[in-house]
Design a binder for this molecule. Structure first.
Ligand SMILES: C[S@@+](CC[C@H](N)C(=O)[O-])C[C@H]1O[C@@H](n2cnc3c(N)ncnc32)[C@H](O)[C@@H]1O
Length: 338
């Protein structure tokens, strides 16, 4: 007799990627883990937006013949398998009696979709994942996520995990408005006309510089090519023709202009981008710059919705609708490019 198919009902909360990118340990209930390994039942801890607190995992199991879900996307086993990398990247670490599974940076850097990451997380007795359009009750996995170590520290700020997404820059002391907090030369400075100048510059980088470049965040839907996606996600406009990439400044997250706390100015004479605070920033506060004047374009250009006080709070339904619309537009544009 064929084994019963197990379907998992999944809801990806808004902060899923934040948690995932921070390599936070995920705590599994060993009893449930055993159930999972015999393939008869499935469970999935889910994450509730913003809380990060732990609660009882919920089980969502449906028979193969009666999926019972309003299906927006069915992942075939092929899609489900994260083909470019092996599941061995997720290593169960025997810490105390609970199985603890960390999501490593390597996984994050492979441009996996949330679903692919979940596939890795859950191991693989699962045949398909359905994403219901009305989210089920959400439960959470995390207990006191450990503070992540800083990526680097400067005189005024450190780059460390941000609740906004990935890394951010946080003041390590009170900083008065008008303080120069960073002056940095560009790693890349080239014409930004989509005419291959970026790739020429990228290929001219030393091995170490290229390695550092490839550690930067990228909005994967903006380009099929990872280096180009990194470039587009992190570049600063320098003048009418050129854009530049700055390894440290690339870690500043966005807040809309009135809410942001830092501005920047390119100085061609000294070959430096100068960053200056526009308001007092308290120790521990995230320092933000403004990426764009129109927040409606942030998802398209950078893959996020602004959460600053000036922006309206979007419902998860509205975010989902906008994501679908924008991603479909980006896919069409990329297809046209090829
Ligand atoms: C230039 S990078 C900024 C630093 C980045 N967080 C990192 O880890 O390196 C731009 C990316 O940061 C994230 N980001 C920046 N500002 C954000 C915000 N206000 N809310 C959510 N994500 C944000 C988005 O993923 C965006 O594509």
């Amino acid at each position: 007799m064929a084994a019963a198919s197990v379907y998992w009902q999944v809801s990806l909360a808004d902060d899923y990627l934040v948690w995932a990118s921070q390599s936070v340990p995920w705590k599994w209930n060993p009893a449930k883990l055993n159930q999972k390994s015999n393939g008869a039942a499935g469970f999935l801890h889910k994450i509730s937006p913003g809380t990060g607190k732990s609660s009882t995992p919920s089980i969502s199991q449906h028979s193969a013949t009666t999926p019972q879900l309003s299906i927006e996307e069915k992942l075939t086993p092929e899609k489900f398998k994260p083909s470019p990398i092996s599941t061995s990247l997720v290593t169960p670490e025997k810490q105390s009696n609970n199985g603890i599974i960390s999501i490593f940076d390597t996984v994050f850097q492979h441009r996996l979709s949330p679903i692919e990451r979940l596939a890795i997380l859950t191991g693989s007795p699962v045949e398909a994942i359905f994403i219901p359009d009305s989210p089920p009750e959400i439960t959470t996995t995390h207990e006191n996520p450990p503070p992540s170590p800083p990526l680097f520290v400067t005189e005024h700020f450190e780059a460390r995990a941000s609740p906004k997404g990935g890394y951010g820059a946080f003041a390590i002391q009170n900083i008065a408005a008008g303080t120069g907090i960073l002056s940095e030369p560009p790693l890349i400075n080239c014409p930004d006309d989509g005419d291959g100048h970026f790739y020429q510059a990228y290929e001219g980088l030393s091995a170490d510089d290229r390695k550092a470049f490839l550690k930067l965040a990228s909005w994967s839907k903006i380009d099929d090519d990872r280096a180009t996606a990194i470039w587009k996600t992190n570049r600063f406009r320098l003048d009418q023709t050129n854009s530049g990439l700055f390894l440290k400044a690339a870690r500043f997250n966005h807040a809309c202009l009135a809410q942001s706390s830092c501005c920047y100015q390119w100085d061609p004479a000294s070959n430096q981008m100068h960053f200056t605070t526009t308001k007092d920033v308290a120790k521990g506060e995230e320092i933000t710059i403004s990426y764009a004047t129109n927040p409606d374009l942030l998802y398209e250009d950078y893959g996020f919705f602004c959460d600053c006080k000036a922006c309206p709070t979007l419902s998860s339904g509205e975010k989902f609708r906008r994501k679908c619309e924008v991603e479909s537009k980006l896919r069409t544009e990329l297809r046209r490019k090829w």
